[in-house]
Design a protein. Structure first.
Length: 331
């Protein structure tokens, strides 16, 4: 009798399991995510702002979700290598990564076919708008004074920098020129290896202005060798409350910026993606994350999966317009 009962119980459990499988459901243990360590890919080198932001996010996700979130730097190809590694990983939630503004730029340059729609967006967490900096010895005390001088000068007289040719800060300048009704190249762009050398050159008198973010310019500004006249943003950065927006200073409604967000490969399970977005919101709202970003002057902007997708689409279109205007698009 006991053997018959055992057989019946086994058959019943097998039938139940088959019914669950037939409905496309998974046993409770299989639904527990994450069940093992998660890899977080960063497309840029260790020690930079993107890497530092990814590591604080990963540490706080690990604390909340109970599994290691291991940051791996995959550099090269002007960001193509790392962004490709995120996009081509298995879409199971165990490889995610930090997207940066370059994903809305690289395909316009002909570097890759990847774009914002190549991913499962999870959360937007940071945006740093460009500032307009001049040296402390510059005669221009406001961005309006600088803009009037630029308009009155022949093309190419004023020189600016902040990054390489076609980088985000170059495109910010292009967008500002267009917003003022000027040619995209009215101010000559001097390519540099980043904001730090550009700010040094500005302080030394080799440039008229830079258009890097204010956090990147902070050291030179605090040393008394430069000042920021405005930010290309919808609102002021709380870390730099005295720097007005272009809208406030010139009534120009133009904003852009470098941003960072978390995403996974396209096709991630909806329940896993939702769980990650909810966990990332906890990270964003945490005291640790707020203090970390504030101490570095990084801007914090939240966008859930839907908002992040719309944000990337808008930025992608904006970058395409700017790059085509500057003759930098190969798409």
């Amino acid at each position: 009798m006991s053997k018959k009962i055992t057989r019946r119980a086994f058959a019943a459990s097998s039938a139940a399991a088959a019914a669950v499988a037939g409905l496309g459901l998974k046993p409770a243990l299989a639904q527990a995510y994450p069940a093992r360590p998660v890899t977080v890919i960063v497309p840029w080198g260790a020690g930079g702002g993107t890497d530092a932001t990814a590591r604080i996010v990963a540490a706080l996700l690990e604390k909340d979700l109970g599994q290691p979130f291991n940051v791996v730097n995959r550099t090269g190809g002007s960001g193509v290598v790392g962004h490709s590694a995120i996009a081509t990983a298995p879409p199971d939630g165990y490889t995610i990564g930090m997207l940066t503004v370059e994903i809305s730029m690289m395909h316009w340059q002909g570097l890759t076919e990847l774009g914002p729609k190549s991913y499962t967006p999870l959360a937007l967490m940071n945006e740093d708008p460009p500032g307009i900096q001049v040296s402390s010895t510059s005669p221009y005390k406001t961005v309006k004074e600088l803009a009037d001088a630029i308009k009155a000068a022949p093309a190419g007289k004023f020189k600016a920098s902040g990054t390489g040719q076609g980088g985000i800060w170059h495109l910010a300048l292009v967008g500002w020129m267009q917003a003022m009704g000027l040619a995209p190249n009215h101010v000559a762009w001097v390519p540099s290896n980043g904001a730090a050398p550009a700010m040094q050159d500005l302080a030394a008198g080799g440039l008229d202005l830079t258009t890097c973010s204010v956090p990147e310019a902070r050291a030179i500004i605090e040393a008394g060798k430069a000042r920021s006249l405005a930010v290309m943003a919808a609102k002021r950065n709380p870390a730099f409350p005295d720097v007005p927006t272009l809208k406030e200073a010139m009534d120009i409604d133009y904003s852009t910026g470098a941003w960072r967000g978390i995403a996974g490969p396209k096709g991630m399970p909806a329940d896993v993606a939702s769980k990650l977005t909810a966990a990332l919101k906890k990270v964003y709202d945490s005291k640790e994350f707020k203090e970390f970003m504030s101490n570095r002057g990084f801007g914090t902007v939240w966008g859930d999966a839907t908002e992040f997708a719309a944000f990337m689409d808008k930025g992608d279109a904006q970058m395409g317009v700017a790059m085509k205007a500057a003759g930098l698009s190969k798409a």
